[in-house]
Design a protein around this ligand. Sequence first.
Ligand SMILES: Cc1cc2nc3c(=O)[nH]c(=O)nc-3n(C[C@H](O)[C@H](O)[C@H](O)COP(=O)(O)OP(=O)(O)OC[C@H]3O[C@@H](n4cnc5c(N)ncnc54)[C@H](O)[C@@H]3O)c2cc1C
Length: 228
Amino acid sequence: MTKTEEKTDSHLYNILDKGFVKLVDFMGGDARAVDSARVSFGSKSKGEEQDKRLIEYLLKHQHHTPFEHCVFQFHIKCPIFVARQWMRHRWGSYNEISARYSEVKEEFYIPEKFRLQDTLNKQSSVEGNSFDNEKLLKEYSASIDASFKTYKSLLDSGVAREMARMALPVSQYTQFYWSANARSLLNFLSLRMDEHAQLEIREYADAMAEIFKEKMPWTWEAFIKTTK
Ligand SMILES: Cc1cc2nc3c(=O)[nH]c(=O)nc-3n(C[C@H](O)[C@H](O)[C@H](O)COP(=O)(O)OP(=O)(O)OC[C@H]3O[C@@H](n4cnc5c(N)ncnc54)[C@H](O)[C@@H]3O)c2cc1C
């Protein structure tokens, strides 16, 4: 992931070869979570030290609701196979670009190198060079080119966009908005930053963790401490 150098947009991270994650909007912060928790006692902030301690207590004891008052809205561009994993996270709101309305751009994920099948963790991968990466990348790119040509040919013949897209692979880039509260986002990050998650989605999660850390530093600190 690379954070964009543009001074005007400090919350845009370029991910993979053509993707990004961008913070569109944010509501709340550490103080909002604290105030939401203390409303139970009719009080508010009690200063940094006590507020930090409260946040840690809330996370440690799974009193998660005060964090639901803080909301992040993201704009994401990622390959479809990453979006499929993402959209398993039900606690959030999604709106995605429609390949029924608009023609799909020629944008597909081309990894720098392929990883080997992990033999211990059956759903995972490991670094390795027991194959000819360059040759395989050529083969992979050729199959994507062929799929995209078929897609264009179907469209040129008058086939509807909603059907022509069936020829495209899951490496195709999609874009969507995702709004999630801090509770749900922490759940997403704990699952998708983990080494068991696929490397590609981890790249997005790592960037979002940076954004979380900047927007809610006390909560992030407590999250790291309580999930060790
Ligand atoms: C490494 C990894 C491997 C995975 N492999 C697979 C796989 O092989 N096959 C597969 O199908 N999925 C797989 N998943 C997806 C996984 O099962 C979850 O769907 C996904 O991680 C979303 O997590 P979640 O339910 O906690 O999030 P959310 O849907 O955002 O839910 C957040 C929390 O709300 C609560 N909640 C939400 N919905 C309900 C409900 N209906 N009932 C009760 N409580 C609810 C739960 O406490 C939940 O943790 C994998 C995920 C990871 C991280």
